[in-house]
Design a protein around this ligand. Structure first.
Ligand code: SF4
Ligand code: SF4
Length: 200
């Protein structure tokens, strides 16, 4: 059935008009009863959850997968998967199929003794870091934390620490650090400057 569907009342009769792609022509039926599917709206409570797990919501307010075709049940944050109505309105069959896919993805991780991560991650020079916390605010993947280096609870002793397994190498933290205390491995400032100098 085509998406274009009109419903109207014609001399007190219910009339439904639509284009049938199989038959290749316009159709018109007069049903006794017309039942429309209930609207599904995303739960507004999702937003704090999305912030907590550093996952994204789409424009409609449902959880967004990392990539529609390449990673349809993965979130951008590693190790977290999406399925069912949290993702979008869908039938029970589709929800079950997606849940099986998400479970298979999770097992793929759990079955390994270790996982490989990208070498393109941030590296923090704690000697330069003053613990301002800007990097922890900007990191979209929760890959940097502030750590009390002395353990006395003194704010001045806090320094940032990156969790390489979570880092996606986006470079936001390095670009935001006011102390220039963060380098991106394999894309350090001096490496980029050397590349530029080699061609000018
Ligand atoms: S932004 Fe820079 S100075 Fe501030 S906490 Fe992060 S690494 Fe340290
Ligand atoms: S490079 Fe990106 S993902 Fe990695 S710690 Fe910095 S902001 Fe977070």
């Amino acid at each position: 059935m085509d998406k274009e569907l009109t419903v109207g009342l014609d001399r007190k009769d219910l009339k439904v008009s639509f284009a049938d792609r199989v038959l290749g022509r316009s159709m018109e039926i007069r049903p006794d009863l017309l039942i429309l599917a209930s609207a599904m709206v995303p739960d507004a409570e999702k937003t704090p959850l999305a912030r907590l797990y550093k996952v994204f919501l789409n424009d409609d307010g449902f959880f967004a997968e990392a990539h529609v075709k390449l990673r349809p049940v993965d979130f951008a944050t590693d190790g977290i998967f999406v399925c069912g109505l949290a993702h979008a309105p869908k039938s029970m069959d589709e929800s079950i199929a997606q849940a099986q896919a998400a479970a298979a993805r999770a097992v793929n991780i759990l079955a390994k003794d270790f996982v490989h991560i990208s070498p393109l991650v941030s590296q923090i020079d704690v000697e330069k870091c003053d613990g301002c916390g800007v990097c922890t605010e900007v990191c979209p993947f929760g890959a940097i934390i502030l750590e009390d280096t002395v353990g006395a609870g003194n704010r001045a002793d806090y320094r940032s620490k990156n969790i390489m397994a979570l880092c996606k190498g986006c470079g936001l933290c390095a670009a935001s650090c006011p102390q220039k205390a963060i380098d991106m491995l394999h894309f350090r400032d001096r490496q980029i400057v050397a590349s530029i100098c080699s061609v000018v």
